[in-house]
Design a protein around this ligand. Sequence first.
Ligand code: C2O
Ligand code: CU
Length: 488
Amino acid sequence: VPATAAATAGGVAWWWAGADLNTAGKIRFENRLFIPPLAPSRKDPEGRRLFDLRATAGRHRFRPGPPTPTWGVNGPHLAPTLRAARGETVLIRFRNDLPETTTLHWHGMHLPAEMDGGPHQPVKPGATWSPTWTIDQPAATLWYHPHPHGRTAVHVYRGLAGLFILDEPTDLELPSRYGVDDIPVIVRDISLKPDNRLDLKPRSQGSVGIVGDLVTVNGTTAPYLPVTTQRIRLRLLNASNSRIYRFGFRSGREFTLIGTDGGLLPAPHDTDRVQLSPAERAEIVVAMEPGERDVLRSFPPRTGLNPWDRRWTGADDTLDVLELRAAPRLTPSPPLPTGRLADPPRLADPATPPVRRFRLAKYTINDKAMDMDRIDFAVAQGSTEVWEVISVDGTPHNFHVHDVQFQVLSIDGKAPPPELRGWKDTVHTLPDTPVRIAMQFRGPPNPAMPYMYHCHILNHEDRGLMGQFAVTADGRTPQAAPAPTPHE
Ligand code: C2O
Ligand code: CU
């Protein structure tokens, strides 16, 4: 067992076992989990829900010693939780006070392409960008992060990420008091240099780029969460650049998976593991006994490690993530619903042949690297398409499509497991394993402004594993994408 040290500085207790990445059982959870605040909003004269967001550079204390230079929205690190209900129109005034051009992308959101915040909506330093759209999709845990062309990895790594929770009236009794029994859990791995600056090239494992040795939750290292109710809902987001987590508990307890990327699952699913590749989300409900403690942990795969997994995703690490500390007395929670939570996605029959195929490799899709000036194809507004995605370079990737939530039809020809039966916007793709997805493109049509599809391992995305599609009235592909018009 390596030597350990305990220290406290600036309110952050620190207990760390050295540069050993298998931290399970070695972390003393001494820092109360930070809960990102809900972003304030107000109704503007036109009835839109108006949020003011400002990205700035700041300093955040991860451990004793000098604070770490970071980036954040409305604060020095991470971003506040946005919240809006289905049917509402939101207006977001985003001011970029960073020293670099960035963007803000609303991951998982259905919205017009010019509001998407991808690489075609750059916001220069000092400029303000004000996207507006009407929320038209089920309750879900979405998120937002920068998407500047070729620079997404470093902008996210510096701390720009926040949740965007969508609400919808429901009769289901689920834990839903934000910060009390409904808890954001934004998981990011980082590495710090000896002077506490962010290490931009830590344990750089070939192509995936950043794999950190320090797991943070909502920016807190070695975090614990006081639990005061019999059941809590954790909204897990993998906001890491490349690491894959397989979440479970130290005790081996089961929990209930109730939601994935795009909303509630058709039915609750009891399990003891949930895997999240970068950008994926899971909503789980955990039942606790009074006085009990348990640790949310990331485990290696059960099926044995593939060499690519070990090498590229840090998947052999066993990482302690968050301690849950139940109070001696717990407020009763209603029992979880056992029946249907949501209508299952039914966009296409699993036997429907794909109309498009995507071969993912480093750093291309179908042998082409991302080109801002090339729209790869167009889809017709209102159409439903089946796509087949496959990793062909011997390493895992994942696949994210902007604007839509998709239905996973099959994986390697087989029906998807329960955790992939709800709405998804990002799916993990193992080598040589075809994944078929179905999605509907609702528009509005805009031949001049594309949406992105890409691998969410951010270094892969930045280096070209990305393409662009437009939604057009007739499905015909426009000739060229417009040059990005920066917001001055
Ligand atoms: Cu989370 Cu194209 O992004
Ligand atoms: Cu990839």
